[in-house]
Design a protein around this ligand. Structure first.
Ligand SMILES: Nc1nc2c(c(=O)[nH]1)N[C@H]1C(S)=C(S)[C@@H](COP(=O)(O)O)O[C@H]1N2
Ligand SMILES: [Mo]
Length: 423
């Protein structure tokens, strides 16, 4: 187990680079720094945490940590991460094409040969308690031979929408300043994790599984947190989790976890570990920094130890750039998508400034995906306008006007005020 003290508020590479610069400048110390100390540093420092969105262009290294092309009309790049531009989904089908699916990398995309790769399972929750040295192994070919299953599901970063804590609520939060494009919906095909766990000898005493990536160790604030990994309870692992080797009908691309990734429907993106290498199966509960330190809701409204984040919240986005232009008197159709970790969307209402109107659903929706919708708009007066979309999901949860603040800026679910111009 690695040390879990003295590290940052955030999992974000951009923030880390900034903090490193602060250390070099003698403005901070890494050892023994408390979370409270970091909070003070963040709040009082000359660098506004939420200005991070503006930093990567100046600090990005020459070699991209992402393999696929990132044309500026499809992506906005933040250090090792790239967000889908919402206007790039306009006119697209239900699924997010791979060429515009967001990428969230703690370090960089590794190159892994499926021919020599194997998935290794070990731990006290398996019959005979195989050790990490002598694990139960499945090659890529083994997985292809097992019964396959396809699901349509969203993967969304827990920090999606984070920039709106600042832009809309005036609050300071730590982490990549995503707008709303840290989500994608794909058709994932692979083997159920339950199938592989059963074959590996899962016992009735197993409580947690800990999947781990093969990408480089994540080093933050001078502390090596080890491989990217995050535990799941066996109950979720057996419910609907997939070991995916295909995305939208093609082998999983390098940036999205080739050869095999986990897909954990409805849970925050970090659960869906890419470039899967090992899975520990344990009789005792497991933790990692990705559930004790990151992906916790922390702040005044939460208990001191925070609340762990599992399920995604309800959100909506217009398929428009910020400050899109419309002609006055023209007949326009506004399109967008809404989604929720609780399941399907029941209703979407849109406001263009004069009350809420119900949007029309376009096509069917997958349980774990999103709902496309549209609504006509004929603006009469020129000038600045604010568009708002508000969704209600299957269990009756509606997007609020304000999201309670948490320091790491997770789970922003408030209605986003989208500025446009009528000319
Ligand atoms: N091994 C590994 N798995 C990972 C990550 C990572 O950096 N390394 N990032 C996680 C996070 S925070 C998110 S939001 C999703 C993003 O998946 P994508 O890059 O395919 O869009 O992958 C998750 N799985
Ligand atoms: Mo994420």
């Amino acid at each position: 187990m690695v040390a879990m003290t003295g590290t940052g508020l955030t999992d974000e590479a951009t923030y880390d680079r900034t903090r490193l610069a602060q250390w070099r400048a003698g403005q901070a110390r890494g050892d023994g720094m408390s979370r409270r100390g970091l909070l003070r540093l963040a709040a009082g420092g000359s660098l506004a945490l939420t200005a991070f969105g503006a930093l990567p262009a100046a600090t990005a290294s020459a070699a991209s940590p992402i393999v696929k092309p990132l044309p500026p009309e499809l992506f906005e790049v933040y250090g090792t991460n790239a967000e889908t531009r919402w206007e790039a989904l306009s006119g697209q089908g239900y699924l997010t094409p791979v060429d515009r699916f967001f990428v969230r990398n703690h370090t960089s995309t590794p190159s892994i040969d499926a021919g020599t790769w194997s998935l290794k399972l070990f731990g006290t929750g398996l019959r005979g308690a195989p050790t990490a040295d002598r694990p139960v192994e499945f090659t890529y070919a083994d997985l292809l031979r097992l019964p396959s299953e396809a699901i349509t599901a969203a993967i969304e970063c827990a920090g999606n929408g984070r920039s709106h804590f600042t832009g809309q609520q005036g609050q300071t939060v730590a982490g990549t300043a995503w707008k709303l494009g840290a989500i994608g919906v794909a058709r994932w095909c692979g083997v159920r994790l339950s199938t592989v766990l059963a074959k590996a000898g899962l016992t009735r005493h197993a409580v947690d599984v800990l999947p781990e990536g093969l990408d480089a160790d994540y080093v933050t604030g001078g502390v090596n947190l080890g491989k990217v990994r995050r535990p799941l309870p066996v109950a979720k692992a057996l419910q609907d989790v997939l070991l995916a080797y295909e995305m939208n009908g093609r082998p999983l691309p390098p940036d999205h976890g080739h050869p095999v990734r986990l897909v954990v429907p409805s849970w925050v993106g970090i659960s869906s570990i890419k470039w899967l290498g090992r899975i520990e199966v344990s009789e005792t509960p497991l933790v990692s920094p990705w559930n004790t330190q990151y992906y916790r809701l922390l702040g005044p409204g939460y208990p001191a130890e925070g609340t762990v984040v599992t399920r995604q919240v309800v959100k909506s986005a217009f398929e428009l750039p910020w400050n899109a232009e419309f002609t006055a008197g023209g007949r326009h159709v506004l399109s967008g998508r809404s989604w929720s970790g609780n399941g399907r969307i029941r209703r979407v209402e849109v406001s263009t400034g004069d009350g809420w109107r119900r949007a029309r659903f376009v096509g069917a929706a997958a349980d774990r995906g999103w709902q496309r919708w549209e609504i006509p708009w004929r603006p009469s007066t020129s000038g600045s306008h604010t568009l708002r979309a508000r969704a209600t999901d299957i269990i009756g949860v509606t997007q609020p006007d304000v999201t309670p603040h948490n320091t790491q800026g997770y789970l922003f679910d408030a209605v986003v005020r989208h500025p446009v111009r009528v000319v």
